[in-house]
Design a protein around this ligand. Structure first.
Ligand SMILES: Nc1nc2c(ncn2[C@@H]2O[C@H](COP(=O)(O)OP(=O)(O)OP(=O)(O)O)[C@@H](O)[C@H]2O)c(=O)[nH]1
Ligand SMILES: [Mg+2]
Length: 419
């Protein structure tokens, strides 16, 4: 698990003022439900503190209390980062600029679908979204027009009442907007899937997979054009266990749930922060991410994407270990694997070596990449490969989305298989 202080220490090397001039392209980040705002976005901010200046955040909730809570958590994190950068006490910024400015922006950009939560029932959460659907799309249009956002990133944790069906429904609606209305951003959702030991969550998340694979099954309910692709990347908490064991080399009898949640969130955030940096700083990329290229890679009806990544201290280590790392660090697996995928790789290092492009082209060609887009991002000291592989069948997920009790020995054995 990457500690917040460590993330903060790394981020302090970044020259904020210098970079702010560079910003040419913004994303609209929409968090759906409680965990996405509180756990995912706030950790993402520690990995990429400029995220908050370079992009626009729209927190959505189905519960009034949780929206205030999310704003508080994000504002506290921002205060911590801002004061650490200036080497002063956090107290100085309590109730003052720029924290107060951030809070009022988050308050005006948020959107509440209801007041009392999705009550743990995905269909109820969906219904609450549908009641406010046109108002919400109008809200997004206004933000996009104001801030000129090129990509919309939807973050949700499937398993309870809100994100399970709202996140895919929002993505479907925004995809329709993107295809029909010039100037609307390219949407892409990043949705986590629960541990199979979470019985209710697992059963609920079956709906997420089914909705993504066969939106026509929900046609009467949702009235989205069922031909519209729903660009979505899945992050399976079950697979985070493999990543956890691989990266920590631990073989414990018992590990904490928080450690594994944090591992999944960090994995997702390594990739998300790298993609966002590539989007935000086109001048540092060769070639820059073109949102229309992204759209063609992820426009595959009924299919989803997975994240594939690795992070090492320097390029030599990364080049030596990348293929083994990439074999293990995948955010979701299916059985069988798709035979054809589209791949986008952002290779981030202080100076991206030319050999990286060859090496990754060869790696992904062997994995069945039909289209492969390589982006070199010259930034930051760590060496990171952040890939999006698109074209997986969500219903072929492995392990299957059925409740299962924990058997640590079995799981560790499975993780060891990949080493
Ligand atoms: N990253 C992370 N995820 C969590 C944590 N706790 C729960 N989750 C996951 O998040 C899923 C959804 O939970 P919430 O975000 O609270 O649910 P919601 O979408 O707000 O839905 P309602 O609260 O029912 O309206 C759960 O099923 C878990 O899989 C955590 O501490 N960290
Ligand atoms: Mg909630």
């Amino acid at each position: 698990m990457i500690e917040e202080t460590e993330l903060l220490r790394e981020s302090l090397g970044v020259e904020l003022e210098e970079e702010r001039k560079e910003v040419l392209r913004r994303a609209l980040i929409i968090t759906v439900g409680t965990s996405a705002s509180i756990h995912i976005f706030s950790r993402l901010m520690f990995m990429y503190p400029e995220i908050i200046l370079n992009n626009t955040l729209c927190i959505t909730e189905t519960s009034k209390d949780m929206i205030d809570e999310a704003i508080n958590v994000i504002a506290e994190g921002y205060k911590k980062i801002y004061s650490a950068r200036r080497g002063v006490s956090e107290r100085i910024y309590a109730g003052r600029f720029p924290v107060t400015t951030l809070i009022s922006k988050l308050k005006s950009d948020k959107f509440a679908f209801a007041e009392y939560g999705g009550a743990n029932i995905p269909h109820h959460g969906l219904e609450l979204y549908l009641r406010k659907r046109s108002e919400f799309i109008e809200h997004v249009r206004n933000i996009v027009e104001r801030d000129n956002c090129k990509v919309a990133i939807i973050l949700g944790c499937a398993g309870k009442g809100s994100a399970t069906l709202q996140a895919p429904a929002i993505t479907a609606d925004l995809m329709k907007e993107c295809l029909e209305t010039p100037g609307m951003p390219v949407p892409i959702a990043f949705i986590t899937l629960p541990f199979r030991a979470n019985r209710a969550g697992t059963i609920n998340a079956q709906h997420t997979l089914k909705f993504l694979a066969k939106p026509e099954a929900y046609e009467n309910l949702i009235k989205v054009p069922v031909e519209t692709p729903i660009p979505t990347v899945l992050i399976d908490y079950e697979r985070a266990l493999d990543a956890y064991f691989y990266l920590t080399k631990e073989k414990p009898k018992r590990i904490t749930m928080n450690a594994v949640f944090a591992r999944a969130v960090d994995a997702m955030n390594i990739v998300l922060s790298t993609f966002l940096k590539a989007l935000n700083y086109p001048r540092l990329c060769s070639p820059p991410i073109d949102p229309s290229d992204l759209l063609s890679l992820i426009s595959m009806k009924g299919k989803v994407g997975v994240l594939n990544y690795t992070m090492r201290d320097n390029i030599d280590e990364l080049m030596a270990k990348h293929s083994h790392d990439l074999d293990v660090l995948v955010s979701m697996r299916t059985d069988p694997m798709p035979t054809e995928v589209n791949v986008l790789t952002v290779f981030m290092a202080k100076e991206v070596p030319l050999e990286a492009m060859d090496a990754l082209d060869a790696y992904y060609t062997a994995k069945g990449a039909k289209n492969f887009l390589f982006i070199g991002l010259n930034k930051d000291a760590k060496a990171i490969i952040a890939s999006l592989m698109y074209g997986f069948d969500p219903l072929a997920i492995s392990p299957s989305m059925t409740p299962k009790a924990y058997r640590w020995t079995e799981r560790i054995k499975r993780a060891l298989k990949f080493w």
